[in-house]
Write a protein that binds this ligand. Structure first.
Ligand code: GLN
Ligand code: ZN
Length: 770
C-alpha cells in the first residue's frame, strides 16, 4: 500500500480561472462546438489544474492531487457512472448501454416533455446538485468510464492523481424515489444492489493506475436528510465492508465533510479502509476509536467554505491534536472540496491590498495545506515564518478601520420593532390593493440579455457614461413593463436589469462589502456566482433601489413590486466575516434594508418583496444547532420588514420546495405572501402546505426556470388545479419558480403566456369573485 500524502485538498474548482468550462459547455449546448472540441477543452482544463496544483506544492505522483473534475455536477456524475437514471431517459443510452456526454447533459437539463432531474442545495452550501431518481426498477450497471479515463489521462501526463467520487450511501441518501416507485419507497434499500458497481468501478480505477480513491460520504454528517443517523451509519458500515473487502482495489480514503461525524466516526474507524478525512473546521476533534492503528487521518483544517486566510497556527494545533488519536499517520487537508471558493486571490488586482492580505482563495489554501504538511513532516519550527505571517494578517484584520465602525454599532437595534400587527388586520388593510383571485406575478428578474450584459460591462469599463447607461436601463424597464401589461400579469416587476446579481448589487451599494473581479464560484451546472466579501460593519449610505422602482411604478397603473434581497441571503451568498456571530452581522444588514423599505413606501411602492432563497441553505446540518439559527435568521428578516405599514404587502421568495423542513421558520417570517419552487417536484409541496395549515399567501411555482423547456398550458393548468384542490384559493398566487434572468425572451414570453392562459382557465372554474 502506498502511504497517504502528508498534504492534500478534497477537491478543486472545476469551472476554470476564467470560467472556460462554462463557455465551452454552453457553446456545445448551442451547437457552436462539437463534442470532440468540448472534450479537448475540458482535458486542457484538467491538465492545467494538475500542473497548477503540482506547482503549488502538491505531489505529482503521491495521489495528493484530487481528480475532481465535473462537467455539470458530481452527484450526477456518480448517478450516471452507476447507471442510475430515470426510466424516461433510458432511451438515451448508447447501444452498449453506456451514457454519453450528450445524454448526461440532457438528463440534467430536460428535453421536450421529459422533465430534467430536480435540483437542490448540497448540504449547507450554495452549490446545487441534481437529485437522482431511484426506484425498485433502477438497474445499476457501470455506465460511464469517464473517471477511469481521467485517471489514465493523468498517468499519461506523468501524474498519479486520486479519483474522487460521491459514495454509494450519499448517492442513495440524496436520491428521491422514482416516479414509478411505490409510496414511501426509500432508495437506501437499494444499497446492496448498488455496491457491486462501485466494486467494479474501483477495480477499473486501479487498473488505470490509481493508487488511492476518495469516496465522498458527506451524508454521514447530516441530520437533515430523510434517513436517520443510525440508518446512515449502518449503511456506511455495510458499504465500506464491501468496498474495503474487495480484493482488487486502490487504497480508500473516505471523506465525510461539512460537519462533525460524531457517532459515525467509530464506524469509519472500524471499517476496512485506509484513510478517513474529517472536517475540523465545522466539527471538533473526534474521540479515539478502535481500528485507527493502521489508518491515516486526514484533518480538514483549512476552511473550504470561506475565503479568510485564518489562523494557521490554530490549524496546525488541530493537526497535532489529531495525532494524539493513535492513527498510523496524520495528513493536512481542506475541510471540504475547494469547489466553494474562487480560484486565486492574486487575480484580484483591484481589491484593496490590505484586504487581499487577509484572504486565501483556492490556490492560497493549497499553499496553506502544503505549509501545514511540511510542518507535519519537519516539525512546527520548519513553518514558524508562515504561522507568524498568518497571525499578523489576522491581527491586522481585526483592528483595521471599518471592521468595527462605532457609528453603526450605536445605531444597531436602538428602536427596532420586530413585529407588524396581526396578519388578519393586514389582510384587511391590503384589500385596498384590489388584487384578483389567483394574482399573477413573477419573482423579479427578467431575462438578462446579451445587450444588458454588454451595456453593464461597457459602463464598468468606463466606456459608457452613467447617464447613457441609466437611460439604457430605463428603456429596458419600459419594455419589461409593457410586456407584462400585454401578457396580463397583475403585480408587475421592473425586471432587475440594473443588477448583475441579487446579492452583489446590494453589496456594491452598502458599506462594509468588497466585490471581486474574477471570484467566480460554481452555483450549478454551467452557472457561477461571484460572492462579495462582507469584511466590515454594514450600513446604507444612500437609497439603493428606490429610483428604479419609482420609475417603473410611474409607467403603470398596476402595482409595481419593490425588490430587495433579505439579510440571510445577503450573508449566505457572500463570504462573511467570521469574527462575530452571524446574527449580529445579519442585523446590521437588516437595519439597512429596513431603511430602504421605508424609502420605498414613501415613494409609493405598496408591494415589496424581500427575497430569502437562502434561508434553508444556511440551516445547520445538526439538529441541535438549528433552533439558534432559526431564531437569528427569522429575527433579522422581521427586523428588516417589521417597519412596513399594514397596507404594504410584504412578499418573500424562497428557492426550494422543502417547505416542510423550514415551515416553522417560514411561518415566523410572517410575510404576507411567500413564493416557492414547486414545478420540478410537480407541486408535491402543496400537500405539505395544506398539512401544516399555513394560512398566509402562497405562490407555489408553476414554471421551472432552471430548464430551457417551455411548460404547456395544460401542464401548468394541471399544476394549478392540484394547488387549488389542496389550498384555499384566497391564499394562492400564480408565479414561476424563481427569477427569469437566466432564461431567454422567447421561452420566457411563451411560458408566461401559457401561465396566464392556464390561470384564466382555472379562474373560470373556481368561480370566485375578485
Ligand atoms: N428576485 C430575484 C430574481 O428574480 C430572486 C432570485 C432568487 O430567488 N434566486 O432573480
Ligand atoms: Zn428563487
Amino acid at each position: 500500500m502506498t502511504a497517504f500524502p502528508e498534504g492534500t485538498i478534497l477537491g478543486y474548482p472545476r469551472i476554470g480561472r476564467r470560467r472556460e468550462l462554462k463557455k465551452a459547455v454552453e457553446a456545445f449546448w448551442a451547437g457552436r462546438i462539437d463534442e470532440q472540441e468540448l472534450e479537448r477543452t475540458s482535458a486542457e482544463l484538467r491538465a492545467t489544474t494538475r500542473e497548477r496544483l503540482a506547482s503549488l506544492g502538491l505531489g505529482r505522483t503521491d495521489s495528493a492531487i484530487p481528480e475532481s473534475f465535473s462537467y455539470y455536477d458530481q452527484v450526477h456524475d456518480a448517478a450516471v457512472t452507476v447507471g442510475a437514471i430515470p426510466t424516461r431517459f433510458e432511451g438515451l443510452r448508447a447501444e452498449d448501454g453506456t451514457i454519453g456526454l450528450a445524454a448526461y447533459f440532457t438528463i440534467a437539463r430536460g428535453e421536450g416533455e421529459r422533465a430534467p432531474l430536480e435540483m437542490t442545495k448540497w448540504f449547507d452550501s450554495n452549490y446545487h446538485y441534481l437529485v437522482p431518481e431511484i426506484g425498485p426498477e433502477t438497474v445499476f450497471s457501470l455506465s460511464s468510464d469517464r473517471l477511469v479515463r481521467e485517471v489514465a489521462e493523468g498517468i499519461a501526463a506523468g501524474f498519479v492523481t486520486r479519483p474522487v467520487i460521491v459514495g454509494p450511501v450519499t448517492l442513495l441518501a440524496l436520491a428521491k424515489a422514482s416516479d414509478g416507485a411505490p409510496e414511501g419507497f426509500d432508495p437506501l434499500t437499494r444499497l446492496d444492489d448498488l455496491l457491486p458497481v462501485y466494486v467494479e468501478l474501483i477495480a477499473r480505477l486501479k487498473a488505470a493506475g490509481a493508487e488511492w480513491v476518495q469516496i465522498d460520504e458527506p451524508a454521514l454528517v447530516s441530520e437533515s436528510l430523510p434517513a436517520s443517523v443510525a440508518q446512515l451509519s449502518d449503511a456506511a458500515a455495510r458499504a465500506l465492508a464491501v468496498l474495503g473487502g474487495a480484493t482488487d482495489r486502490p487504497s480508500i480514503l473516505v471523506a465525510a465533510p461539512y460537519a462533525e461525524l460524531g457517532e459515525v466516526f467509530p464506524v469509519l474507524a472500524a471499517a476496512p479502509v485506509e484513510a478517513i478525512a474529517v472536517d475540523l473546521v465545522r466539527g471538533g476533534l473526534p474521540t479515539a476509536a478502535a481500528g485507527l492503528e493502521g489508518k491515516s487521518l486526514v484533518g480538514g483544517v483549512i476552511d473550504g467554505h470561506n475565503i479568510w486566510r485564518g489562523d494557521l497556527a490554530a490549524a496546525y494545533d488541530k493537526l497535532e491534536a489529531l495525532r494524539g488519536l493513535g492513527a498510523a499517520a496524520v495528513a493536512a487537508s481542506t475541510s471540504t472540496s475547494l469547489l466553494h471558493v474562487p480560484h486565486d486571490v492574486s487575480e484580484e488586482a483591484k481589491l484593496d491590498a490590505r484586504l487581499v492580505s487577509w484572504l486565501a482563495f483556492a490556490d492560497q489554501k493549497v499553499e496553506q495545506v502544503v505549509a501545514l504538511a511540511r510542518g507535519l513532516g519537519q516539525g512546527r519550527e520548519a513553518i514558524a515564518a508562515e504561522l507568524a505571517e498568518a497571525s499578523a494578517a489576522l491581527e491586522d484584520r481585526l483592528s483595521a478601520p471599518g471592521v468595527r465602525d462605532g457609528l453603526v454599532r450605536q445605531r444597531e437595534l436602538v428602536d427596532a420593532d420586530f413585529s407588524r400587527i396581526t396578519y388578519e388586520e393586514r389582510e384587511t388593510a391590503q384589500e385596498a390593493l384590489g388584487l384578483p383571485a389567483l394574482p399573477l406575478t413573477t419573482i423579479g428578474s427578467f431575462p438578462q440579455t446579451g445587450d444588458i450584459r454588454r451595456a453593464r460591462a461597457q459602463f464598468g469599463r468606463g466606456e459608457l457614461p452613467q447617464e447613457d447607461y441609466e437611460d439604457f436601463l430605463r428603456r429596458e424597464i419600459d419594455s419589461v413593463v409593457s410586456l407584462q401589461e400585454e401578457l396580463g400579469l397583475d403585480v408587475l416587476v421592473h425586471g432587475e436589469p440594473e443588477r448583475n446579481d441579487m446579492v452583489q448589487y446590494f453589496a456594491e451599494n452598502l458599506d462594509g462589502f468588497a466585490v471581486t473581479e474574477n471570484g467566480w464560484v460554481q452555483s450549478y451546472g454551467s452557472r457561477a456566482t461571484r460572492p462579495s466579501i462582507l469584511w466590515g460593519d454594514v450600513s446604507r449610505p444612500a437609497p439603493i433601489t428606490v429610483d428604479w422602482s419609482a420609475y417603473a411604478q410611474s409607467l403603470t397603473v398596476k402595482h409595481m413590486k419593490g425588490m430587495l434581497t433579505g439579510p440571510v441571503t445577503i450573508l449566505a451568498w457572500s463570504f462573511v466575516r467570521d469574527d462575530q456571530p452571524l446574527g449580529e452581522t445579519a442585523n446590521q444588514v437588516a437595519l439597512a434594508l429596513r431603511e430602504e423599505i421605508a424609502d420605498l413606501e414613501a415613494a409609493g411602492i405598496e408591494i415589496i418583496q424581500v427575497d430569502e432563497p437562502a434561508l434553508r441553505e444556511l440551516l445547520p446540518l445538526k439538529q441541535a444547532d438549528q433552533p439558534a439559527y432559526l431564531d437569528w435568521s427569522v429575527a433579522s428578516f422581521r427586523l428588516s420588514t417589521g417597519g412596513a405599514a399594514a397596507g404594504t404587502q410584504i412578499h418573500t421568495h424562497l428557492c426550494y420546495s422543502e417547505f416542510g423542513v423550514v415551515i416553522d421558520a417560514i411561518r415566523a417570517l410572517d410575510a404576507d405572501v411567500t413564493s416557492i419552487e414547486a414545478a420540478r417536484s410537480r407541486m408535491e409541496v402543496v400537500t405539505d402546505i395544506a398539512e401544516v395549515g399555513f394560512d398566509h399567501g402562497i405562490g407555489p411555482g408553476v414554471y421551472d426556470i432552471h430548464s430551457p423547456r417551455v411548460p404547456s398550458t395544460s401542464e401548468i393548468e394541471a399544476l394549478l388545479r392540484r394547488a387549488v384542490a389542496e389550498i384555499p384559493t384566497r391564499q394562492l398566487w400564480v408565479n414561476p419558480d424563481c427569477g427569469l434572468k437566466t432564461r431567454g425572451y422567447a421561452e420566457t414570453t411563451e411560458s408566461l403566456r401559457n401561465i396566464v392562459e392556464a390561470t384564466r382557465r382555472v379562474r373560470e372554474d373556481i368561480n370566485v369573485t375578485a
